[in-house]
Design a protein around this ligand. Structure first.
Ligand code: MLT
Length: 313
């Protein structure tokens, strides 16, 4: 009889490169991790689970796992994994922290440009047989001030890309040294200053108890009425009700959103506003990012299950 191979559960759609990179040493199973009724029994007897952002690897799921050794997040954010509970039960958590940063940064810029130039409503009108040019007059990014909230790996890439558009870049990030920001041509400011000075802003923070609701009614009240706000990080960092109110009343001009407090999100009052352009959490959804994420976590899973040290990416 064949010796049993360690079992790897793939709980979300991942690039085919993932399975290739895992190689023949594992039994691969699949489940729909977003469906709890599938996930809980499926996780019971596997050695590793691979997820993106739709599977909640929380304390309940971890408690159901009898032989789990590693949770692998094929992406950056770990807000869907209870890292503390995993660590307490001796389960290693790995992610792919650089795999999709270029793609995430590009989508943030895409949403900013789309919002500034009314790409989405103009497209919808044109499909509807309307050739409307003055109605969709936009604004330039050139020589405007953009505020980056969170100058980490993704925020830095967004700052570099927007600098190339001729924007003045300011950023709020209490963990970054002003000297390091200055080297990148970025001026560090506090959040209130950012809110007051920004013509455009883009959020690049992880979702944590400290960041949820960080941009709420108080902050939006400080903004210029012309502000274009982009959130391609995590839903809920910008309070959705406050944002809706600000967009509806003209307190700010427009928003580009890729993420929502509760996902999937197909029904939001935000979607009814013409000054909102929205996508369904597509920041990491490129061929390249998915391939990089899949290969990176496959390598980490191989190392972890063979008892070797998993290096930081
Ligand atoms: C991430 O944190 O990497 C992204 O949200 C992308 C994903 O869901 O895979």
């Amino acid at each position: 009889a064949q010796t049993a191979r360690p079992v790897v559960l793939i709980a979300e759609e991942l690039s085919p490169a993932t399975v290739e990179a895992l190689g023949p040493d594992f039994e691969i199973r699949h489940c729909n991790g977003a469906d709890r009724a599938e996930l809980i029994p499926a996780i019971a007897d596997v050695d590793a689970i691979l997820v993106r952002s739709a599977t909640k690897v929380d304390a309940e799921a971890l408690a159901a796992a009898q032989q789990l050794k590693v949770v692998a997040r094929a992406g950056v954010g770990l807000d869907n994994v209870d890292v503390k509970a995993a660590t307490q039960s001796g389960v290693m958590v790995v992610n792919a922290p650089t795999s999709n940063i270029v793609s995430a940064a590009a989508l943030a810029v895409a949403l900013m440009l789309a919002a500034a130039r009314h790409v989405s409503p103009a497209h919808a009108a044109l499909r509807n047989g309307e050739w409307k040019r003055s109605k969709y007059t936009g604004i330039e990014l050139f020589e405007k001030t953009v505020g980056i909230v969170g100058l980490g790996r993704i925020g830095v890439l967004v700052a570099q890309r927007l600098a190339a558009f001729g924007m003045d870049v300011i950023a709020y990030d209490p963990y970054v040294q002003p000297g390091r920001a200055a080297q990148m041509g970025v001026r560090l400011v506090d959040l209130d200053t950012l809110m007051a000075e920004a013509d455009f802003m883009s959020v690049h923070l992880p979702k944590t108890p400290e960041t949820v609701g960080l941009i709420g009614a108080d902050q939006l009240a400080k903004a210029k009425p012309s502000l274009v706000l982009v959130n391609a990080a995590r839903g809920g960092i910008v309070d959705e009700a406050a944002l809706h109110d600000a967009l509806k009343t003209g307190r700010i001009a427009a928003a580009g959103l890729d993420v929502f407090a509760k996902e999937p999100c197909t029904d939001s009052p935000l979607f009814e506003l013409e000054n909102v352009v929205a996508t369904p959490h597509l920041g990491a959804s490129t061929d390249e990012a998915q391939e990089k994420a899949g290969i990176a976590v496959a390598k980490s899973v191989r190392l972890a299950l063979s008892g070797e040290l998993v290096p930081d990416a």
